[in-house]
Design a protein around this ligand. Sequence first.
Ligand SMILES: NC(=O)c1ccc[n+]([C@@H]2O[C@H](COP(=O)([O-])OP(=O)(O)OC[C@H]3O[C@@H](n4cnc5c(N)ncnc54)[C@H](O)[C@@H]3O)[C@@H](O)[C@H]2O)c1
Length: 360
Amino acid sequence: MSKKLRIGIIGTGGIAKAHISAYKKLDYVEIVGVADVIPGKASAFAQKEGLTEAASFDSHTNLLHLDLDGVSICTPNVSHHVTTVDSLRSGKNVLLEKPMSVTLQEGIDMTQAAKESGKMLTLGFQPRYDPNMKLLQTIVQSGRLGNVYYVETGGGRRRGMPGGTFISKQLAGAGAMADIGCYSLDMALNTLGYPRPLTVSAFTSNHFGTNALYHPEASKFEVEDFGVAMVRFENDLVLQFKISWAMHMDTLGATMFLGTDAGLKVTPAGTGPWSGVWDGSVGSITLFHDEFGGHTATPVPLVEHKLNLFDQKVHDFAEAVRDGRPAPIPGEQILIQQAIIDGVLRSAAARREVSVELPR
Ligand SMILES: NC(=O)c1ccc[n+]([C@@H]2O[C@H](COP(=O)([O-])OP(=O)(O)OC[C@H]3O[C@@H](n4cnc5c(N)ncnc54)[C@H](O)[C@@H]3O)[C@@H](O)[C@H]2O)c1
């Protein structure tokens, strides 16, 4: 491609800066427009980020009138739906920040819009680019574990609740289960090859977020800060995942894959309050198996790397658009975990197990 790739940014808050920083490292990309619903915010952002050539808009629909090859969508969760569908329908490829959306129907609309427009919808799960996440997938998909029948994953911050748009039902739609639960689910499900979920039984709570002792914006806290869910899949596979933004505990335990021939245990690299394997920081992988009648635990050597995972995801999107490759992390795949998150919210509200309504 001789002409530069023309990119727009929708939503100019915290994470948009990381997208800009990654795009700036690519000489074949130019950021030609930015948009934010708060009047004047996009132009102030463009100025601050040194995007002197970029046009600024107070709505994503005006930005979409530009001739663009792709957009990064960096708005709060609830507006992922309208911004993604409008972008795809106007012929733009989309890199959408996680989580995909709040409800399953929103995810279905997005994937439908991608299909009808022939444009790419890819999701921003940067932990996928960690070589050790890929190693997990290689081990499990090699068949070394035999038939995997139980997976436990998730992770917990002892204290790590965000504020602002993340705690508003109207803007975020959901709390910890969507915010960091989506990473945890992607790690487990991508490792397993995204099996098809059937039912979800979930519990959520917000004892910390709504307590002024623990959160400065307690009166505005409307989402869950803790959740646990049991998910049944086809082929007698069960997954349990637990997520916490805040708790009186150091950890919610390791990630584990139990198979008929071997088991795999994964622990995070950090031990601090924000550590979790879901964010792409694997500390150890251990294979549990029997050898000559004895119980054996074999450490799997980790891949050392200095990759900037965030840059990797933005660069992979830009390259895929430039080279006409398929979406690196396709919307149709992430729809499967969106169906689980939708089921978690419905099950927790109904206080019973619910079916996962994923279209065939
Ligand atoms: N991948 C990651 O590591 C990571 C990290 C943080 C946040 N995120 C995700 O990125 C998204 C944004 O998070 P953030 O921290 O930047 O939030 P933020 O609140 O700092 O910024 C969001 C911006 O979007 C704007 N906005 C809202 N609706 C809009 C619309 N329809 N059109 C244009 N602009 C609109 C808001 O005014 C705000 O300026 C969230 O979905 C979040 O989950 C991802």
